[in-house]
Each structure stands twice: as structure tokens, then as C-alpha cells.
Design a protein around this ligand. Structure first.
Ligand SMILES: CC(C)(COP(=O)(O)OP(=O)(O)OC[C@H]1O[C@@H](n2cnc3c(N)ncnc32)[C@H](O)[C@@H]1OP(=O)(O)O)[C@@H](O)C(=O)NCCC(=O)NCCS
Length: 189
């Protein structure tokens, strides 16, 4: 059995470094599933095993981006990834990205918790001051998830993205460390 490495722990998910063993057919399936990548630029071109390996090589040991695997506490299943990058150490800011690739885990609050854990890691451990992100304006679950964590809409880039045969607006959202409010700890059952 693989030993359980945890980097950041939450109530329902934990984050740990992405490992080569995570580069499975299942993971590749997420990247080529149009429903999963509908609102992502990943997925415009097909992804191959070699692409996944190149991505993995690119993040190994990098000090200007952090990619972490998201695992469900209960099952220890790899359900997606989060990313902070590129990190600008002078401006102390970065951009957040998330992929919950396993659709069975959507809509259960796990995306929100993974976002919170990543943001807290960015502010408390990396000493970042600002985290931002871009999102399709009509990607309701993502916008809601980010708003719940505290991200504010800072701008709208009109017709910036092409999806489902039409141009769509991109929202730019940002969160400052000074305004971040951690979630209340969950009551133990
Ligand atoms: C977008 C994503 C991160 C959201 O994570 P999630 O775990 O499915 O979302 P959560 O369960 O944490 O829900 C967050 C909020 O969105 C709401 N929500 C979930 N699905 C929704 C939907 N289809 N429409 C509207 N709101 C929705 C939830 O109800 C919750 O708000 P509430 O607590 O007020 O009810 C995840 O679905 C995902 O990774 N999708 C594929 C990749 C992707 O699109 N990444 C983001 C690119 S910007």
C-alpha cells in the first residue's frame, strides 16, 4: 500500500505533491473529457500521455509555480489538482487554477475546500499578498465557488474566450490576504 503523504489537510480533502503514479489513464481521461474542460483552455487540443509527462517534468522542483494533487480524505482518491502560478515574488502575487476532474465529486463542496486550502497555503506559507484568477463569466459553479472563498470580481474582459461556438466574457477575480476570512471550523460529528 502507498504511504499517505499529506501536505495540507482539510475536513474533506487533502493536498499533496503530484506524483508520477498519479499520471494515470483516468487523469488523462479528465483532460480529454469535453464536459470537464468545457470552461478551460486545457482541452482545446487533445492531451496525450507525453503531454502529461511534460507537464509533470515542468512542475517538478519549480519555484515559480506549485501544483498539488487534491485527494478525498475518505477514499484517498486523486480527484483533481490545484495550481498557484506563475508566482511573482517581487509583487507577491500569483494566479489560481483548479480542476476537479472526477465528475462524481462535483457539487459536494470539495472544490470550495480545495480552493480555500490552496489560498491559505499561498497567504500563510508562501507569504503571498494577492491571488487572482480568470473564469468564464457563465461558469456558475466556479464563480460561486470563488466568491464563497472571498474572491471579488475586478473586471470583465468582453468576448475574450471562445466556447460552445460563441465568444464569451472572462471575469477577472482577485483576493487580497488582508481581506481573506478563513472558514469557520466544522463541528466534529
Ligand atoms: C468549478 C469547480 C472547481 C467547482 O467545484 P465543485 O466542487 O464542483 O463546487 P462546490 O461543490 O465547491 O460548489 C461551490 C458552489 O457552487 C455551487 N454550484 C455547484 N454546481 C453548480 C452549478 N452547476 N450551477 C450553479 N452553482 C453550482 C454550489 O452549490 C456551491 O454554492 P453553495 O454552497 O452556495 O450552494 C469544479 O466543478 C471543477 O473543477 N470543474 C471542472 C474544471 C473547471 O471548470 N475548473 C475551473 C476553471 S475556472
Amino acid at each position: 500500500m502507498r504511504s499517505k503523504v499529506e501536505f495540507v489537510r482539510g475536513s474533506h480533502v487533502y493536498l499533496r505533491p503530484l506524483e508520477r503514479e498519479d499520471l494515470t489513464e483516468r487523469y488523462l481521461g479528465w483532460l480529454n473529457d469535453p464536459e470537464v474542460t468545457r470552461y478551460m483552455e486545457t482541452g482545446i487540443f487533445p492531451s496525450t500521455r507525453q503531454d502529461l509527462e511534460a507537464f509533470y517534468q515542468g512542475i517538478m522542483g519549480s519555484k515559480d509555480q506549485v501544483v498539488l494533487a487534491v485527494l478525498e480524505n475518505k477514499s484517498d482518491q486523486h480527484i483533481g489538482n490545484v495550481k498557484l502560478g506563475p508566482i511573482h515574488w517581487v509583487h507577491r502575487r500569483t494566479t489560481f487554477g483548479i480542476l476537479i476532474g472526477d465528475k462524481d465529486f462535483w457539487g459536494k463542496g470539495l472544490g470550495e475546500e480545495a480552493t480555500r486550502l490552496t489560498v491559505e497555503y499561498g497567504f500563510r506559507r508562501l507569504n503571498l499578498r494577492r491571488i487572482d484568477l480568470g473564469v468564464f463569466a457563465d461558469h456558475e459553479s466556479a464563480v460561486r465557488c470563488y466568491e464563497k472563498v472571498g474572491f471579488k470580481i475586478e473586471g470583465r474582459l468582453r468576448q475574450d474566450l471562445f466556447c460552445d461556438g460563441e465568444y464569451k466574457d472572462r471575469l477577472w477575480m482577485g483576493l487580497l490576504r488582508s481581506e481573506y476570512v478563513p472558514a469557520k471550523p466544522e463541528k466534529r460529528e
